[in-house]
Design a protein around this ligand. Structure first.
Ligand code: AMP
Length: 278
Protein backbone atom coordinates (compact mmCIF):
# COMPACT_ATOMS: atom_id res chain seq x y z
CA UNK A 1 0.00 0.00 0.00
CA UNK A 2 1.41 3.37 -1.05
CA UNK A 3 1.38 6.07 1.65
CA UNK A 4 1.91 9.55 0.24
CA UNK A 5 1.92 12.94 1.91
CA UNK A 6 2.51 15.37 -0.94
CA UNK A 7 0.45 16.34 -3.96
CA UNK A 8 3.50 16.02 -6.22
CA UNK A 9 4.20 12.45 -5.19
CA UNK A 10 0.53 11.57 -5.47
CA UNK A 11 0.18 13.06 -8.97
CA UNK A 12 3.28 11.26 -10.14
CA UNK A 13 1.90 7.95 -8.88
CA UNK A 14 -1.60 8.48 -10.29
CA UNK A 15 -0.38 9.72 -13.70
CA UNK A 16 0.80 6.19 -14.45
CA UNK A 17 -2.61 4.75 -13.55
CA UNK A 18 -4.49 7.34 -15.60
CA UNK A 19 -2.27 6.68 -18.61
CA UNK A 20 -3.06 2.99 -18.32
CA UNK A 21 -6.77 3.92 -18.17
CA UNK A 22 -7.10 2.39 -14.71
CA UNK A 23 -10.33 3.47 -13.03
CA UNK A 24 -9.61 5.39 -9.82
CA UNK A 25 -11.96 5.67 -6.83
CA UNK A 26 -11.58 8.09 -3.93
CA UNK A 27 -12.88 7.62 -0.38
CA UNK A 28 -12.34 10.86 1.56
CA UNK A 29 -12.16 10.49 5.36
CA UNK A 30 -10.97 12.30 8.44
CA UNK A 31 -9.43 9.10 9.80
CA UNK A 32 -10.24 7.34 13.07
CA UNK A 33 -11.60 4.69 10.76
CA UNK A 34 -14.49 2.45 11.76
CA UNK A 35 -16.71 -0.11 10.07
CA UNK A 36 -18.70 2.62 8.31
CA UNK A 37 -15.56 3.87 6.57
CA UNK A 38 -14.53 0.33 5.73
CA UNK A 39 -17.90 -0.28 4.03
CA UNK A 40 -17.13 2.75 1.84
CA UNK A 41 -13.74 1.28 0.93
CA UNK A 42 -15.29 -2.06 -0.01
CA UNK A 43 -17.87 -0.32 -2.19
CA UNK A 44 -15.07 1.64 -3.88
CA UNK A 45 -13.16 -1.59 -4.51
CA UNK A 46 -16.23 -3.12 -6.12
CA UNK A 47 -16.49 -0.17 -8.51
CA UNK A 48 -12.91 0.67 -9.44
CA UNK A 49 -9.52 -0.90 -10.10
CA UNK A 50 -7.51 1.43 -7.88
CA UNK A 51 -8.72 2.83 -4.56
CA UNK A 52 -7.34 5.95 -2.89
CA UNK A 53 -8.34 6.73 0.70
CA UNK A 54 -7.55 10.21 1.99
CA UNK A 55 -7.08 10.88 5.69
CA UNK A 56 -7.24 14.58 6.49
CA UNK A 57 -8.82 16.26 9.50
CA UNK A 58 -10.04 19.34 7.67
CA UNK A 59 -9.85 22.44 9.86
CA UNK A 60 -12.23 24.53 7.74
CA UNK A 61 -15.23 22.30 8.36
CA UNK A 62 -14.97 22.70 12.14
CA UNK A 63 -16.86 25.67 13.49
CA UNK A 64 -15.26 27.85 16.19
CA UNK A 65 -15.55 26.06 19.54
CA UNK A 66 -15.85 22.59 17.98
CA UNK A 67 -13.56 19.61 18.52
CA UNK A 68 -10.89 20.16 15.81
CA UNK A 69 -7.98 19.93 18.27
CA UNK A 70 -9.42 16.93 20.10
CA UNK A 71 -10.83 15.07 17.10
CA UNK A 72 -9.62 11.45 17.49
CA UNK A 73 -6.46 10.84 15.43
CA UNK A 74 -5.43 7.18 15.15
CA UNK A 75 -3.23 7.08 12.05
CA UNK A 76 -1.26 3.90 12.73
CA UNK A 77 -4.41 1.89 13.46
CA UNK A 78 -6.12 3.40 10.39
CA UNK A 79 -3.20 2.37 8.18
CA UNK A 80 -3.40 -1.18 9.56
CA UNK A 81 -7.10 -1.39 8.67
CA UNK A 82 -6.48 -0.10 5.16
CA UNK A 83 -3.53 -2.44 4.62
CA UNK A 84 -5.74 -5.38 5.59
CA UNK A 85 -8.34 -4.26 3.09
CA UNK A 86 -5.69 -4.06 0.35
CA UNK A 87 -6.27 -0.38 -0.31
CA UNK A 88 -3.92 0.81 -3.05
CA UNK A 89 -2.97 4.28 -1.85
CA UNK A 90 -3.46 6.36 1.28
CA UNK A 91 -3.09 10.12 0.92
CA UNK A 92 -2.18 11.78 4.22
CA UNK A 93 -1.51 15.45 3.50
CA UNK A 94 -0.72 18.06 6.14
CA UNK A 95 -2.68 21.31 6.41
CA UNK A 96 -0.20 23.37 4.36
CA UNK A 97 -0.35 20.88 1.51
CA UNK A 98 -4.11 21.34 1.21
CA UNK A 99 -4.26 25.02 2.18
CA UNK A 100 -1.02 26.55 0.81
CA UNK A 101 -2.20 30.01 1.86
CA UNK A 102 -3.72 30.86 5.19
CA UNK A 103 -6.75 28.64 5.94
CA UNK A 104 -8.73 31.82 6.72
CA UNK A 105 -8.29 33.38 3.27
CA UNK A 106 -8.49 30.42 0.94
CA UNK A 107 -10.69 30.28 -2.15
CA UNK A 108 -13.98 28.71 -1.07
CA UNK A 109 -16.75 26.61 -2.58
CA UNK A 110 -20.34 27.19 -1.47
CA UNK A 111 -23.43 25.20 -2.39
CA UNK A 112 -25.91 27.96 -1.60
CA UNK A 113 -29.22 26.11 -1.40
CA UNK A 114 -27.91 23.61 1.18
CA UNK A 115 -25.32 25.68 3.02
CA UNK A 116 -27.33 27.25 5.83
CA UNK A 117 -30.16 24.82 6.57
CA UNK A 118 -30.35 21.95 9.08
CA UNK A 119 -26.75 21.04 10.05
CA UNK A 120 -25.61 24.19 8.22
CA UNK A 121 -27.79 26.35 10.47
CA UNK A 122 -26.24 24.90 13.62
CA UNK A 123 -22.72 24.66 12.21
CA UNK A 124 -22.39 27.86 10.14
CA UNK A 125 -19.61 27.49 7.57
CA UNK A 126 -19.36 23.72 8.00
CA UNK A 127 -20.59 22.79 4.53
CA UNK A 128 -18.45 25.52 2.94
CA UNK A 129 -15.47 23.78 4.55
CA UNK A 130 -16.64 20.36 3.38
CA UNK A 131 -17.37 21.52 -0.18
CA UNK A 132 -14.02 23.31 -0.39
CA UNK A 133 -11.90 20.41 0.84
CA UNK A 134 -13.75 17.82 -1.25
CA UNK A 135 -13.32 20.01 -4.32
CA UNK A 136 -9.61 20.29 -3.56
CA UNK A 137 -9.31 16.51 -3.14
CA UNK A 138 -11.18 15.99 -6.42
CA UNK A 139 -8.79 18.40 -8.18
CA UNK A 140 -5.72 16.80 -6.64
CA UNK A 141 -6.69 13.16 -7.19
CA UNK A 142 -9.02 13.47 -10.20
CA UNK A 143 -10.83 10.22 -9.42
CA UNK A 144 -13.37 8.65 -11.78
CA UNK A 145 -15.65 7.93 -8.86
CA UNK A 146 -15.95 8.92 -5.20
CA UNK A 147 -17.82 7.20 -2.39
CA UNK A 148 -19.60 8.87 0.54
CA UNK A 149 -21.77 7.69 3.43
CA UNK A 150 -25.51 8.22 3.63
CA UNK A 151 -25.08 8.83 7.35
CA UNK A 152 -24.08 12.40 6.46
CA UNK A 153 -27.08 12.83 4.20
CA UNK A 154 -26.92 16.61 3.81
CA UNK A 155 -23.20 16.36 3.05
CA UNK A 156 -23.95 13.77 0.35
CA UNK A 157 -26.40 16.20 -1.29
CA UNK A 158 -23.82 19.01 -1.03
CA UNK A 159 -21.26 16.85 -2.85
CA UNK A 160 -23.72 15.75 -5.53
CA UNK A 161 -24.71 19.36 -6.07
CA UNK A 162 -21.14 20.66 -6.33
CA UNK A 163 -20.18 17.93 -8.81
CA UNK A 164 -23.18 18.84 -10.95
CA UNK A 165 -22.75 22.60 -10.70
CA UNK A 166 -19.00 22.62 -11.26
CA UNK A 167 -19.33 20.10 -14.12
CA UNK A 168 -16.88 17.68 -12.56
CA UNK A 169 -16.45 14.37 -14.42
CA UNK A 170 -16.80 12.29 -11.24
CA UNK A 171 -19.54 9.80 -10.37
CA UNK A 172 -20.70 9.92 -6.78
CA UNK A 173 -21.81 6.72 -5.07
CA UNK A 174 -23.28 6.36 -1.60
CA UNK A 175 -23.27 3.62 1.00
CA UNK A 176 -26.04 3.00 3.58
CA UNK A 177 -25.33 3.93 7.17
CA UNK A 178 -23.41 1.26 9.07
CA UNK A 179 -24.98 0.73 12.49
CA UNK A 180 -24.18 -0.87 15.80
CA UNK A 181 -26.41 -3.87 16.61
CA UNK A 182 -28.70 -1.62 18.67
CA UNK A 183 -29.23 0.74 15.71
CA UNK A 184 -26.89 3.58 16.68
CA UNK A 185 -25.13 4.93 13.59
CA UNK A 186 -21.40 4.22 13.92
CA UNK A 187 -19.47 7.47 14.26
CA UNK A 188 -16.05 8.65 15.40
CA UNK A 189 -17.82 11.00 17.81
CA UNK A 190 -19.69 8.18 19.62
CA UNK A 191 -16.67 7.91 21.90
CA UNK A 192 -17.69 11.22 23.48
CA UNK A 193 -20.71 9.38 25.00
CA UNK A 194 -20.61 8.24 28.61
CA UNK A 195 -21.68 4.67 29.38
CA UNK A 196 -25.23 5.68 30.27
CA UNK A 197 -25.51 8.07 27.31
CA UNK A 198 -24.41 5.21 25.07
CA UNK A 199 -27.46 3.24 26.31
CA UNK A 200 -29.74 6.16 25.45
CA UNK A 201 -28.16 7.03 22.08
CA UNK A 202 -30.03 4.43 19.91
CA UNK A 203 -33.30 6.22 20.78
CA UNK A 204 -32.44 8.81 18.11
CA UNK A 205 -32.62 6.17 15.37
CA UNK A 206 -35.68 4.64 17.04
CA UNK A 207 -37.47 8.01 16.95
CA UNK A 208 -36.72 8.28 13.23
CA UNK A 209 -37.96 4.74 12.56
CA UNK A 210 -41.14 5.37 14.55
CA UNK A 211 -41.89 8.40 12.38
CA UNK A 212 -41.15 6.40 9.21
CA UNK A 213 -43.60 3.73 10.39
CA UNK A 214 -46.30 6.32 11.11
CA UNK A 215 -45.85 7.80 7.62
CA UNK A 216 -46.03 4.33 6.06
CA UNK A 217 -49.29 3.77 7.97
CA UNK A 218 -50.73 6.90 6.34
CA UNK A 219 -50.03 9.66 8.89
CA UNK A 220 -49.65 12.92 6.99
CA UNK A 221 -49.42 15.57 9.72
CA UNK A 222 -45.63 15.86 9.45
CA UNK A 223 -45.41 18.90 11.70
CA UNK A 224 -47.08 17.04 14.52
CA UNK A 225 -44.81 14.00 14.03
CA UNK A 226 -41.75 16.28 14.16
CA UNK A 227 -42.99 18.08 17.27
CA UNK A 228 -43.76 14.85 19.12
CA UNK A 229 -40.38 13.35 18.23
CA UNK A 230 -38.55 16.42 19.51
CA UNK A 231 -40.40 16.31 22.80
CA UNK A 232 -39.86 12.57 23.30
CA UNK A 233 -36.13 13.00 22.57
CA UNK A 234 -35.99 15.83 25.12
CA UNK A 235 -37.71 13.63 27.67
CA UNK A 236 -35.07 10.94 27.04
CA UNK A 237 -32.28 13.46 27.79
CA UNK A 238 -31.31 14.63 24.27
CA UNK A 239 -30.94 18.28 23.28
CA UNK A 240 -32.39 18.14 19.76
CA UNK A 241 -31.35 20.69 17.14
CA UNK A 242 -33.80 19.61 14.45
CA UNK A 243 -36.05 16.73 13.55
CA UNK A 244 -37.42 17.09 10.08
CA UNK A 245 -39.33 15.26 7.40
CA UNK A 246 -38.33 16.72 4.06
CA UNK A 247 -37.91 16.14 0.34
CA UNK A 248 -35.02 13.72 -0.06
CA UNK A 249 -33.55 15.53 -3.10
CA UNK A 250 -33.83 19.15 -1.99
CA UNK A 251 -34.35 19.03 1.81
CA UNK A 252 -37.24 21.42 1.21
CA UNK A 253 -40.89 20.90 2.18
CA UNK A 254 -41.98 17.52 0.82
CA UNK A 255 -43.79 17.58 -2.51
CA UNK A 256 -44.27 13.84 -2.89
CA UNK A 257 -43.43 10.63 -1.06
CA UNK A 258 -39.67 10.83 -1.70
CA UNK A 259 -38.78 11.70 1.85
CA UNK A 260 -35.84 11.84 4.18
CA UNK A 261 -36.32 11.97 7.92
CA UNK A 262 -33.29 13.72 9.40
CA UNK A 263 -32.41 14.54 12.96
CA UNK A 264 -29.61 16.05 14.94
CA UNK A 265 -29.40 16.04 18.72
CA UNK A 266 -26.80 16.51 21.42
CA UNK A 267 -26.40 13.86 24.06
CA UNK A 268 -23.89 14.95 26.66
CA UNK A 269 -20.78 16.04 24.74
CA UNK A 270 -21.70 14.18 21.54
CA UNK A 271 -23.58 15.69 18.66
CA UNK A 272 -25.43 12.81 16.96
CA UNK A 273 -26.98 12.93 13.50
CA UNK A 274 -29.02 10.29 11.74
CA UNK A 275 -31.53 9.88 8.94
CA UNK A 276 -33.47 7.43 6.86
CA UNK A 277 -34.89 7.84 3.39
CA UNK A 278 -38.35 6.59 2.45
P1 AMP B 1 -15.64 11.23 8.30
O1 AMP B 1 -14.33 10.57 8.46
O2 AMP B 1 -16.51 11.20 9.51
O3 AMP B 1 -15.54 12.59 7.65
O4 AMP B 1 -16.44 10.35 7.24
C1 AMP B 1 -15.89 9.96 6.02
C2 AMP B 1 -16.95 9.27 5.19
O5 AMP B 1 -17.46 8.15 5.91
C3 AMP B 1 -18.17 10.17 4.90
O6 AMP B 1 -18.59 9.94 3.55
C4 AMP B 1 -19.19 9.69 5.89
O7 AMP B 1 -20.52 9.90 5.46
C5 AMP B 1 -18.87 8.20 5.93
N1 AMP B 1 -19.39 7.58 7.16
C6 AMP B 1 -19.19 7.98 8.44
N2 AMP B 1 -19.86 7.19 9.30
C7 AMP B 1 -20.50 6.26 8.54
C8 AMP B 1 -21.37 5.16 8.82
N3 AMP B 1 -21.72 4.85 10.06
N4 AMP B 1 -21.84 4.42 7.78
C9 AMP B 1 -21.49 4.73 6.51
N5 AMP B 1 -20.68 5.75 6.17
C10 AMP B 1 -20.20 6.51 7.16
Amino acid sequence: MEQLKTINALRECLAVKTKAEIKIALVPTMGNLHKGHLALVKKAQSLADYVVVSIFVNPTQFVVGEDFENYPRTLERDLDYLRHLNVDLVFIPNILEIYPDNVQITTEVIVPELDAIYCGEYRPGHFKGVATVVCKLFNIIQPDIAVFGEKDYQQLLVIRSLVKNLNLPIRIYSVPTFRETDGLAVSSRNKYLSLSERQTAPLLFKAIIDVADSIKRGESDYENLEKNSISSLMTAGFRPEYFSICDSRTLKKPVNQELVIMASAWLGKARLIDNITL
